[in-house]
Design a binder for this molecule. Structure first.
Ligand SMILES: Nc1ncnc2c1ncn2[C@@H]1O[C@H](COP(=O)(O)OP(=O)(O)OP(=O)(O)O)[C@@H](O)[C@H]1O
Length: 305
């Protein structure tokens, strides 16, 4: 049985449909990234999975427990870790107090080990914590009872790049220990470093469900160049060049073709500057997912420079 099964889950807030009949599964032992821009419905989905919100329609199971079945969900939550986006710690409590309480409820076999990696100043009251310190305390709390499944809402927000990298490595190690990890993010570059599979949410709808390699292949690369007018014209003719935009002395485009074809063409021109990077998440949404959620792999090539 899948660790998480979501079946036509829908959640309305009054007249606002925050999540619209989404379905997906998260398999045991994978890192699943739940990706989408602000307001896409990530937090709503996560809170529904944990029984913190009542779905308007549809269903979901987490570690076999139906989210509509309060008793089963309480039992399952002993084997689940949760890191919410908004860490509502008691500001007067110390980190120790928070972890002591959690340990008394769910256990804390990995507490010391985790505090070696993530290093919140546990002896100090939470009101003195930076955002990153709070996040680290939340991470320790989410993992300290060694749960089978950990659900995290924007887990790295507020962490500095070094701690983010430590977090990524930690998460990969957890996966290798057989744990299942589900986390939301609005940053593709973050998700691509750690996830095995990604669900993409847009305006409450699941518009993509891909393994990470496929997603990146479809997303292509953003190429920015400073070169001659002649090169600019020639480059727009190459298969796989889309969304060409001209700017002073250069062009920018998304490239989804074979690298060698592009490199061969570039080698015949005077290239003064080149930058090749991952396209922003928004571009991937725009280029590969139409309003109906279908992949637009046959998108027309534009050559409007
Ligand atoms: N309590 C609420 N009442 C009314 N509308 C809400 C409520 N909570 C969320 N929404 C709306 O539901 C939609 C989805 O919100 P949600 O917080 O789930 O998105 P998100 O993907 O987690 O966004 P973010 O990345 O900004 O946290 C948004 O349009 C939001 O404005």
């Amino acid at each position: 049985m899948a660790t998480i099964e979501v079946d036509s889950l829908t959640k309305d807030y009054g007249s606002v449909r925050a999540v619209d009949a989404i379905s997906f599964t998260v398999e045991s032992g994978e890192i699943f990234g739940f990706l989408g821009p602000n307001g896409a419905g990530k937090t709503t989905t996560i809170r529904s999975l944990l029984g913190l919100l009542e779905p308007t329609a549809g269903s979901a199971t987490v570690l076999g427990a139906d989210v509509h079945d309060e008793g089963a969900l309480i039992e399952a939550k002993r084997r689940i870790g949760y890191l919410p986006a908004n860490l509502g710690f008691d500001e007067e409590a110390t980190g120790e107090d928070v972890l002591d309480y959690h340990e008394s409820v769910k256990g804390g076999s990995r507490r010391d080990e985790l505090l070696e990696i993530f290093t919140p100043p546990v002896e100090r009251p939470i009101r003195e914590y930076s955002t990153g310190n709070k996040r680290m305390l939340g991470i320790v709390q989410a993992f300290m009872h060694d749960p089978e499944l950990v659900i995290m809402d924007e887990p790295t927000s507020g962490l500095d790049p070094l701690k983010q990298e430590e977090f990524n490595e930690f998460v990969r190690n957890e996966r290798d220990r057989g744990k299942t990890l589900f986390f939301s993010s609005h940053v593709l570059s973050e998700v691509r470093r750690v996830c095995d599979r990604v669900g993409i949410l847009r305006e409450g709808e699941l518009v993509g469900l891909e393994d990470i390699e496929t997603l990146l292949r479809q997303g292509g690369k953003r190429v920015q160049l400073q070169t001659t007018d002649e090169a600019r014209a020639a480059l727009t003719e190459i298969d796989g060049v889309i969304d060409v935009q001209a700017f002073a002395e250069g062009i920018q485009f998304i490239y989804t073709g074979e690298y060698n074809a592009l490199l061969r063409e570039l080698a015949t021109h005077d290239v003064r500057e080149i930058d090749i990077s991952e396209p922003p998440l928004e571009d991937i949404f725009m280029h590969y997912y139409g309003a109906d959620g279908a992949a637009e792999s046959d998108r027309e090539v534009r050559s409007d420079v």
